[in-house]
Structure formats: C-alpha cells, structure tokens
Design a protein. Structure first.
Length: 212
C-alpha cells in the first residue's frame, strides 16, 4: 500500500476529528484501489488518480459521519461509485446501508466492491428510486443526486418514522432552498471543511414537518 496515500488519509482524518481504526483505514484505501482499477471500464468518477480520490471521495464522503449518530439504517440514493455509502459503511459497521443506483454498470461495481471489501452491512439495489417501496430508513442521503425539491419528492416514501434527509451539497444552495416544499423543515445547514479540497461543501439536513 502506497505510504503517501496512507499518510494523506491519516492526516485528513485527523484534521476532521475522525478516528477510524487501522483496519478501517486500510479498507478505505482498498476501496480507492478498486475505484481506480474499475474506473476505465465503468466510468465511476471523472477523477483519475488515487491522490485526488482520497480528498474528493473518501474525506468528502466522511463529512457525513457526524450527522448520522444514533441511526441504524441509511440509504445512499444515486450512489454511483459508492459515495458516500461505502466509506460510511466502512467506518460505521453497525449501520445498515443500502446503495441505490439505476445504472446497472455502477451497481455491478458496487456489488463487486461490497464482496471484495467484506461489507456485510451493505445492500446494493439496482433501479429507479421511485420504484423502491419495500424499504424505510432512518436517513436518506445523496451527494449531487438532484435539486433539493426533486430529492425530497423522489425519496419521501423511503423515510421511516422520525427519518430525515442529509443532502450533501457544494456551494450554499440558496436557489434550491427557496423551492423546498412548505411541509419540510430545513433544520440544519452547515459548511463543511474537507482537507485538501478547495471547493465549497455544505450539509443540508431536512425532515417532514410533524403532522405531514
């Protein structure tokens, strides 16, 4: 395993106040290796180097961790190459995560990654989000899946009792927030700092208003 990659990951995690154990850090790097290996075939990410993937995919995905304390189930909608679901699953083995994507090439990769990384807490689902009616989860998350109003409309049926949305966004989504339905409470928006990433990132937490 490349010592530079190990160092980049460890330093980034420390800056974020996260402390996955050595085995989990190794799995995170193995995931990057799988992304790199399969990327040319499955077009999983526009990034081409493991160094970029450490910051743009691993650390960026792991900004989700502080916002899902105490939950048991999560669905990553439009998971693509597995972000943020796979890094989250590695660091939260107690959390059952469903990775959903409509692209069968990508879900084939996700299935392979889950097997190779040995992640018993992950289920891969292939299909459109609006057809998923057999599952309710505590948190529905996505990274650049859709505008907030579309994200809410497409996934509302997936939220369990007291469930909420954790939408991972780039710049502060002023325009999108203006179109959030009136029966949805945007209860937290925080700017995120991702080590090694110059771009803006924000976490938007939302839930249906009581009685709706």
């Amino acid at each position: 395993m490349d010592a530079d990659l190990k160092s980049r990951l460890k330093d980034g995690l420390q800056q974020m106040g996260l402390a996955p154990d050595a085995g989990q850090q190794l799995l995170l790097l193995e995931y990057v290796a799988l992304l790199t290996k399969w990327n040319s075939t499955y077009n999983l990410t526009a990034l081409r180097t493991p160094e970029q993937m450490i910051h743009h995919h691993l650390l960026d995905s792991l900004t989700l961790l502080p916002y899902i304390n105490g939950v048991k189930t999560l669905m990553d909608v439009g998971s693509g190459g597995g972000m943020p679901g796979i890094p989250t699953a590695i660091c939260r083995p107690d959390l059952h995560i469903t990775l959903l994507d409509s692209n069968t090439k990508k879900t084939a990769f996700l299935q392979q990654a889950v097997i190779e990384l040995g992640l018993p807490n992950v289920t891969v689902a292939s299909g459109r989000v609006e057809t998923m009616h057999d599952k309710k989860v505590d948190v529905v998350t996505s990274r650049a899946f859709a505008q907030l109003d579309d994200f809410i409309a497409l996934t509302r049926h997936l939220l369990g009792e007291n469930g909420y949305w954790a939408a991972m966004k780039g710049v502060y989504p002023y325009e999108e927030l203006a179109h959030v339905p009136a029966d949805v409470d945007v209860f937290q928006i925080e700017r995120l700092d991702v080590p090694g990433l110059a771009a803006e990132r924000h976490m938007v937490l939302m839930r249906p208003k009581r009685g709706n």
